[in-house]
Design a protein around this ligand. Structure first.
Ligand SMILES: C[S@@+](CC[C@H](N)C(=O)[O-])C[C@H]1O[C@@H](n2cnc3c(N)ncnc32)[C@H](O)[C@@H]1O
Length: 215
């Protein structure tokens, strides 16, 4: 975001300065991910993470589903709003990051509230016999339309789905998608917009966050 009035890094600093900082475990996980991972930008980070936490605290969900655990940052934000006795299911296909996620779930004292499923969401979701109050879609962008089709029957009426990266670096503005990732995101956004049983708002936060309510 360059307006001539400010530089995007200045705005990021301002947003951070006026957002409640990460707790100690999230800070250490953020740092650990930046030191050890090739793509640390995949992690939600303090601003989006705080929004996820606040949405979860408002909804007080009993069952949360997350597609795309990565190192566990967003799961640890969402779990903060979980209702008493609730459970967060999170799915990750890359076993190299699962150890880190499990380690930080333990450090946060959240291991009893989070079930990490190692495998592809496409295989795991059909096996989950649950009805979800809140879902975060943050896996492979090419598979977003499939995730939506698979999770919708498992979301309760008046339940919410959040989807990350729905602006895909601005590539959603192309007339035609030029790769499978962009096509996945564009198809997903159109599916949501065309579904009369959903209402949604696309927030231009970071790489775009879609908030969807199932009617
Ligand atoms: C953007 S990262 C998730 C970031 C995380 N939600 C956070 O905010 O910290 C996407 C993750 O989805 C995982 N992923 C990709 N395809 C998947 C699939 N089919 N099933 C489960 N996880 C998948 C990737 O391995 C990667 O760790």
């Amino acid at each position: 975001m360059e307006t001539g009035l400010y530089h995007s890094n200045d705005m990021e600093d301002y947003l951070l300065k006026h957002t409640t900082p990460e707790d100690k475990v999230l800070y250490e996980l953020n740092r650990h991910t930046h030191l050890t991972s090739l793509q640390p930008r995949m992690l939600s980070g303090p601003i989006q993470g705080k929004l996820l936490e606040m949405l979860s605290r408002m909804l007080k969900p009993h069952r949360i589903l997350e597609i795309g655990t990565y190192t566990g940052y967003s799961a640890l934000c969402l779990v903060k709003g979980l209702a008493e006795g609730g459970q967060l299911h999170t799915i990750e296909v890359n076993d190299e990051v699962c150890e880190t996620a499990l380690d930080f779930f333990r450090r946060a004292g959240a291991e009893g509230k989070i079930t990490l499923h190692e495998g592809s969401a496409l295989d795991v979701i059909p096996q989950l016999d649950e009805v979800f109050d809140l879902v975060l879609i943050d896996g492979d962008k090419r598979q977003y339309p499939q995730y939506l089709e698979m999770v919708l029957p498992k979301v309760k009426s008046n339940g919410y789905i959040l989807a990350d990266n729905v602006l895909w670096g601005g590539k959603v503005l192309l007339n035609e998608p030029d790769d499978a990732y962009t096509k996945g995101v564009m198809d997903f956004n159109d599916m949501v917009a065309d579904d009369n049983n959903l209402e949604q708002v696309l927030l231009p936060l970071r790489d775009g966050l879609m908030l969807i309510r199932k009617l």
